[in-house]
Design a protein around this ligand. Structure first.
Ligand SMILES: Cc1cc2nc3c(=O)[nH]c(=O)nc-3n(C[C@H](O)[C@H](O)[C@H](O)COP(=O)(O)OP(=O)(O)OC[C@H]3O[C@@H](n4cnc5c(N)ncnc54)[C@H](O)[C@@H]3O)c2cc1C
Length: 483
């Protein structure tokens, strides 16, 4: 039997890699973690979730102060934002979380941590600097980077991505966002609130194109109301560095149009970071987007090489990467065959209002050819939303033809938090009748979860058939006349 120095080797110290490392080391597997950067934490901590949510919070507070009058409060004179202060707050939050994601912590758990550029020399061996490390199993969790499309002139024009945007030394006066996915949409609102003039260019006819159009359109109207300009159904033809400004030529409805701004943010999708790992030479199937894996996250040719997180090119979320890190540990260390199941994968776009989803939306149900029914409830019918002055939004419950839940979307205040009840209900197979029968505290935003179910249940309870039955058995007298 071949002897290996390590039970498991992990490439990439982000959300997926750190989950796998912590799991395997604590289970007593000899674990080596190799990270290319000089610090652990990955994109989520340094250039993704953490800085974006910290920025969004600063922008939210600034927006609230400027809109004090909406709450019956005196108007406040506010100074312009000094982005260096916002950026240093972002760095402070990153530094605090970094302690949890430190080399020392993972060494303390029993893993060896190395930094540098690794390459596979065979299917069990990775070379790093002058050293070789061989392991029985490998996990590739090297994450993703912003995809930069081949737009004419972009290579000669300075532009920003998620790697630069959180550490700028001043707030751009204006910014063109190429793309209208979650990153661009979150940033469009945050920068507009901070004082940047933002223009969003999107090829398709809606923002957040994976979401249902009706919900995405409500959000777009909110953003428009705050000052974001949208150019939908528009292709970016070319880009030019025009000195202090950048020029973006778009084509909309067959006509060329010039947009100018101080900065460009490219947020047009992601590509895998696995290009330099030597995967083709050892026969691991991959393309620009990601590494091909089966349901147990094993690569196609080598069942002892796994991929997790953004490296697979699917489900690009921190919680998905963490979940997949756990699946890998079940398969590689416990030897318990476990498949990844994304049926009830939740996700959230952290705009204001937030947009959170779990399971299928209408688009996905239609693509899958599934018959469905929709029940909705608007936030303007929720007393707490009115008290909070946060009444824009809607919850949408999707049931299949047998009234089994397929998914829920919530566009509204704290939608990401409200979704947790659905995460528990769907994963715990809680009956809708149980959810509607449970007492929810008043007045809370969470009552909307119960209300949307009661819209479905009332359709059954207050039916003519039930009324007839009650009249027959208990001699109910029917409607009273209102004087
Ligand atoms: C602006 C932005 C906001 C986001 N917001 C959210 C959010 O709110 N919620 C959410 O769930 N997700 C969010 N995401 C997505 C989230 O950041 C990713 O899905 C998550 O980081 C994926 O984790 P990962 O472990 O696969 O990759 P990463 O966390 O990126 O980790 C990969 C690691 O591998 C290292 N690496 C790269 N190449 C090599 C190599 N050759 N050898 C060794 N190491 C290598 C990298 O340096 C990195 O440390 C956001 C992303 C962005 C860009």
């Amino acid at each position: 039997m071949a002897k290996f120095d390590y039970d498991i080797g992990i490439l990439g110290g982000g959300s997926g890699g750190l989950t796998a490392t912590a799991g395997s080391a604590q289970l007593g597997a000899r674990t080596i973690l190799i990270e290319k950067d000089d610090k652990l934490g990955g994109d989520c901590l340094h250039y993704g979730c953490v800085p974006s949510k910290t920025l969004i919070r600063s922008a939210h507070v600034y927006h609230m102060i400027k809109n004090a009058a909406r709450y019956g409060l005196p108007l406040v004179e506010v100074k312009p934002v000094d982005y260096r202060d916002v950026a240093s707050r972002i760095q402070r939050v990153i530094d605090t979380i970094q302690e949890h994601d430190s080399k020392e912590r993972f060494c303390g758990l029993g893993a060896q941590v190395e930094f540098g550029d690794a390459i596979f020399t065979d299917e069990h061996t990775v070379k790093l600097g002058g050293k070789e490390f061989n392991a029985k199993n490998w996990v590739i969790s090297t994450g993703s980077s912003p995809a930069v499309p081949p737009i004419e002139g972009l290579d000669k024009t300075p532009f920003l991505t998620n790697r630069e945007i959180f550490s700028l030394d001043r707030l751009p006066k204006s910014m063109i966002m190429l793309g209208a996915g979650p990153i661009a949409i979150e940033m469009s609102q945050a920068f507009t609130r901070l004082g940047t003039k933002v223009m969003v260019v999107q090829r398709s006819g809606q923002i957040l194109s994976k979401e249902d159009r009706d919900m995405a359109d409500i959000l777009m109207e909110v953003l428009k109301g705050e000052g974001v300009e949208f150019y939908l159904n528009s292709t970016t033809e070319r880009v030019r560095d025009a000195g202090t400004e950048r020029e973006v030529i778009i084509v909309q409805g067959g006509k060329e149009r010039s947009l100018r701004a101080e900065a460009i943010l490219v947020a047009m999708g992601r590509q895998g970071n696995h290009g330099s790992l030597g995967l083709d030479a050892i026969g691991v199937e991959n393309d620009r987007k990601g590494i091909r894996v089966d349901a147990r996250l094993r690569t196609t040719e080598h069942k002892h090489i796994y991929a997790a997180g953004d490296a697979t090119g699917e489900h690009l979320f921190t919680h998905a990467a963490g979940y997949e890190g756990g699946i890998v540990i079940s398969n590689a260390i416990f030897h318990i065959p476990r498949k990844a199941d994304y049926t009830f994968l939740p996700w959230c776009t952290y705009t204001d209002p937030e947009f959170a989803s779990i399971g299928m939306n209408e688009k996905r149900a239609q693509e899958a050819g599934i018959e469905y029914k929709i029940y909705t409830e608007d936030f303007r019918g929720n007393d707490r939303s009115l008290a909070e002055e946060e009444h824009i939004g809607r919850i949408k419950l999707i049931l299949d033809a047998h009234e089994k839940p397929l998914g829920v979307q919530i566009l509204g205040p704290q939608a990401g938090e409200l979704l947790s009840e659905w995460v528990a209900a769907f994963n715990g197979k809680v009956k809708l009748m149980t959810l509607v029968g449970a007492i929810h505290p008043y007045p809370t935003l969470g009552e909307i979860n119960k209300k949307v179910v009661s819209n479905f249940i009332s359709e059954k309870i207050y039916s003519e058939k039930i009324k007839k039955g009650l009249k027959f058995f208990f001699h109910l007298k029917g409607r009273a006349a209102c004087q």
